[in-house]
Design a protein around this ligand. Sequence first.
Ligand code: DSN
Length: 478
Amino acid sequence: MSHNVESTAFRSALEVIRAVEPRVADAIGAELADQRESLKLIASENYASPATLLAMGNWFSDKYAEGTVGRRFYAGCQNVDTVEALAAEHAKELFGAAHAYVQPHSGIDANLVAFWAILADRVESPALKKAQVRQVNDLTEADWFALRRELGNQRMLGMSLDAGGHLTHGFRPNISGKMFDQRSYGTDPATGLIDYDRVAEAAREFKPLILVAGYSAYPRKVNFRVMREIADSVGATFMVDMAHFAGLVAGKVFTGDFDPVPHAHIVTTTTHKSLRGPRGGMVLCGPELADQVDRGCPMVLGGPLPHVMAAKAVALAEARRPDFADYAQRIVDNARALADGLLRRGATLVTGGTDNHLVLIDVSGYGLTGRQAEQALLDSGIVTNRNAVPQDPNGAWYTSGIRIGTPALTTRGLGTAEMDATAELMHTVLTQTSAGTGPDGAPSKAKYVLDPATAESVGKQAADLLTPFPLYPEVELG
Ligand code: DSN
């Protein structure tokens, strides 16, 4: 039995929880077991360090702390101030940003904070000006009406969802698509790549207040210098959502034109994807937007989560260590090896490959929808998620794509040889699965046929692949 501190910490915590509600303790233990056993290829997931996880489980969770460091709406926030300031300091140093706001609870929240800050900064509104100088009580009904009309009538240009953009970049089912008069740019149908001339043309025609770059399913780098030039040419504020690739920016894999921080007016991110921190969000900006960004809570956000800010401080300190750069480079090397392995075995990849942490497979060539492929892979111990491909005929629910990413497996220590083996396992499942039919015999977009013996054999090989790379080897729950 191990007696290291991590095992002791987690075992003790589970013992305390078990005394109150054993089913919760069991579920936590089961989650670790499941994560240990699965070949996790979800591009947006990772494994935070024990220190990051432990920083979240404490009495900071009990504290209300609306406001910002040193300027709270509640008394007794001196320790919250310490961790919030530390997290912001680490973020500024890591990314070379003038200002960091570490309160957002998620990426969506971070984007809402940024939208508010940009609107407040950019929209010429006498009513808004009055509100900003704290004369809210003096606003007349006509002022409020003008304010709503002025704020609610602004334009955003972002990447379309099926080209790899995110829901919060103006897609209609999300509040961003309802708040803004939105238009999107896609990718070149022949190459799958962003066509910057087309983005510039769309910007010239549409004249957005905000130009958004960033993605959740685009497997290539984005040239943020060029995007900033486009934004400047039409007087737009340039916002980058780097949620997916923040770890690659932190690890200096994306530098120069591909580092969003020097080029964007405002950058948002999550902290739990390639950055490998706790679940949460963050906003980086220059001094011009800092004051509005800091109004995120209570303007847009509920009370800050001090326990998560403590964990952000820990994870960001980890990301400042030299070995994080090595980790970030290995993420990209692994994604390339996975893409190459799939291509060699005949897969069709959107854009023909990758230069970041993710790969998007068009599974229509196997005669499958994304939903069928996702489930068949899951049956075989490989966890992925279905995702639309550009101009997807199957829409966002069934889709024609499978998105995979390497941040999590790279954390476990798997390397390029294991990525090739993973490609082989995926190839086996995708070529051995066929589309099924519904009860009426009609073709189904959800049903599929895969010999259970094949699924079992692949699942066994996937488990064998993971055996030399134990997850949280320092944690033994006994
Ligand atoms: N859910 C995240 C992802 O998987 O990309 C983005 O919101």
